[in-house]
Design a protein around this ligand. Structure first.
Ligand code: SF4
Ligand code: SF4
Length: 372
């Protein structure tokens, strides 16, 4: 196994041992990732958007003051995922990052973006990295196919070229700032499943062979989740028209993903193992990796302060009920009650199932195996 892959596997195993020890002390895995919706405004119209019903309808956004209280009260954790909506639509995004970084609450900030605003992203990246040189900052740029497919899926002519420009700019800036990265995330669906390898070929040629290219199967709460008690299941989470690739294409998709991963800059990837497992889960409707992260290692805070253990289950409380004290809310009776209600479901959602791979020895063994 190459040394980078060995380091990834060892680090994942070390974290699991640590997290298990913490869980023995407290009864819960410590928080590792907070998914923070900063806005529900968006400048794209994606076919596969799972929150399309909530976009651009004036859902209130927590003020910076409230977010600072959240940052004050959250324990230090590894990854802050800023999402929405399109996070860069929020004018004070740098201040939101500052709220967590200045309090040393987070190691890496991940920003999901459609990449439509390269100049704005340049400004955000430069400001954040100048002020916080040690903070990890990672832009997750969506690309769902080659130019024609991508622009069609996203409903925005020219999005493909803009996203590429953003990707190039952040990579260029990354030469001046340490711990600044950009990677590509592709949602696999009926419209693009034949383009996974061609897209990866294109990116390797035009951006660089060291680019990290991740994948996620299109999801919704009806067809890609099982066993959620109906009274706590989110109702409207999913695209307008769910367009999973046909089942008979799954073996080829798995082969394509393996071939892409075999030439990736690193081969030991929990997300790759998760991708193969999510195909199997949809094919068989059987659980692959137990969801142990929702409401423990991973939590979700929506723009209005609602908190959920995952995006497929309803929020169980609003931060305002706890004076915006996250820790108090996270350890409340309401939070525990909901944890008990979601102990038997399973789903393909990457933020939770992808992490579940890292939280299982079977998953870590698969990572090592696929890294050769
Ligand atoms: S998927 Fe993201 S970029 Fe596309 S419409 Fe939804 S929030 Fe906007
Ligand atoms: S993320 Fe976990 S808790 Fe949430 S629906 Fe999926 S399996 Fe259930």
């Amino acid at each position: 196994m190459r040394s980078t892959d060995l380091a990834i596997v060892k680090d994942t195993a070390r974290r699991l041992l640590h997290n298990k020890a913490e869980r023995r002390k407290t009864g819960l895995y410590p928080l590792e990732m907070l998914i923070l919706y900063v806005t529900m405004r968006c400048n794209a119209k994606c076919d596969h958007c799972f929150c399309w019903e909530d976009l651009n309808i004036g859902i209130p956004e927590m003020s910076l003051e409230r977010l600072e209280k959240l940052a004050d009260s959250v324990p230090a954790f590894r990854q802050l995922l800023l999402t929405g909506g399109e996070p860069t639509m929020r004018k004070d995004l740098v201040a939101v990052v500052r709220a967590f970084a200045s309090r040393h609450k987070v190691e890496t900030v991940l920003i999901n973006t459609n990449g439509l605003k390269p100049a704005l992203i340049t400004q955000i990246a430069t400001e954040v990295k100048t002020e916080f040189p040690d903070l990890g900052l990672d832009f997750q740029i969506s690309l769902d196919g080659l130019q024609e497919t991508h622009d069609r899926v996203r409903g925005v002519p020219g999005n493909f070229q803009k996203a590429l420009e953003t990707l190039r700019i952040v990579r260029e800036l990354g030469k001046n700032f340490q711990h600044l990265h950009a990677h590509v995330l592709t949602v696999i669906m009926e419209l693009n499943f034949r383009e996974l390898v061609p897209l990866n070929d294109y990116l390797r040629e035009h951006i660089g062979p060291d680019l990290v290219h991740g994948f996620e199967l299109v999801r919704d709460v009806k067809e890609t989740a099982w066993g959620i008690p109906p009274e706590v299941a989110e109702k409207g989470v999913g695209p307008k028209k769910m367009n999973l690739p046909p089942r008979d294409s799954f073996p080829q998709i798995a082969e394509d993903l393996k071939s892409i991963q075999s030439r990736a800059p690193y081969r030991a990837s929990a997300f790759h193992i998760h991708n193969l497992a999510q195909l199997k889960m949809v094919e068989t409707a059987r659980e692959q990796y137990k969801c142990v992260t929702a409401g423990q290692a991973v939590g979700v805070v929506y723009t209005n302060g609602d908190v959920a253990h995952c995006e497929f289950t309803l929020p169980f409380a609003n931060l305002s009920e706890f004076d915006d004290n996250f820790d108090a809310l996270w350890h409340s009776g309401k939070a525990n009650e909901r944890r008990a209600q979601i102990s038997k479901c399973y789903c393909i959602h990457g933020c939770f199932h992808g992490k579940a791979v890292e939280y299982s020895w079977k998953g870590i063994a698969e990572m090592a195996k696929s890294a050769g």
